[in-house]
Design a protein around this ligand. Structure first.
Ligand code: FNR
Length: 182
């Protein structure tokens, strides 16, 4: 069996440590998980007036999420919560009512921050939103990755062996979570 996992990164910044984390996870994933990033930077700001007439960027985004077996969110914390760009993507994918791209996809959350708290606030606000869009989100292991500015070398590889080992275990647990919840 293989599962296709849509990876949604909550930062649009070129040098984003969360994007680096997403690429590291792609490399660390077991054979059975095919991770690919689904971009959110071209999505317009959600406007309910236009939800019945989606732009090509919106249709393309929803189609890619629908095609995936599961969703993995890798996000920074902005002011103790979810970055607006990520919330915009989740709201966009959830509409029109009854046509959500998210519903029933097993999910998991990784938050990365330069701070010591590892994006805990964003991670948990995101879990609340995911409950609303019917994404069963893996409860354990939790991944609050702090000191993210020291975590990657020039190639984007993880410098800390214990963190790489933890992330491998996280992905194996996610594989099992998908199997149980798909
Ligand atoms: C931040 N940052 C931040 N960090 C954190 O740990 N908790 C927070 O509440 C905030 N708040 C916050 C608000 C805004 C508007 C910005 C722009 C930044 C710092 C943030 O973790 C840092 O910029 C990361 O590098 C962002 O992740 P990427 O872009 O590197 O993936």
């Amino acid at each position: 069996k293989t599962y296709n996992v849509a990876v949604v990164v909550g930062s649009l910044r070129k040098d984003s440590m969360n994007r680096k984390m997403a690429h590291a996870l792609i490399k660390l994933a077991p054979e059975s998980l095919k991770l690919s990033i689904v971009e959110i930077g071209e999505l317009p700001l959600f406007n309910q007036d236009h939800e019945e007439t989606p732009t090509p960027a919106i249709s393309d985004f929803k189609q890619k999420i629908k095609a995936a077996n599961a969703v993995l969110f890798v996000t920074p914390e902005y002011n103790r919560s979810v970055p607006g760009v990520l919330k915009n993507a989740i709201d966009t994918g959830s509409r029109p009512y009854g046509q959500s791209a998210w519903s029933g996809k097993p999910g998991a959350v990784v938050s990365v921050s330069p701070g010591a708290v590892g994006g805990f606030g964003a991670n948990h606000h995101l879990r609340q939103v995911l409950a609303s869009v019917n994404v069963p989100t893996m409860p354990q292991p939790e991944a609050y990755i702090g000191n993210g500015n020291k975590l990657f070398d020039a190639n984007g590889d993880i410098t800390e062996q214990s963190t790489a080992d933890f992330l491998k275990k996280f992905l194996i647990a996610f594989d099992l979570w998908i199997e149980r919840n798909i």
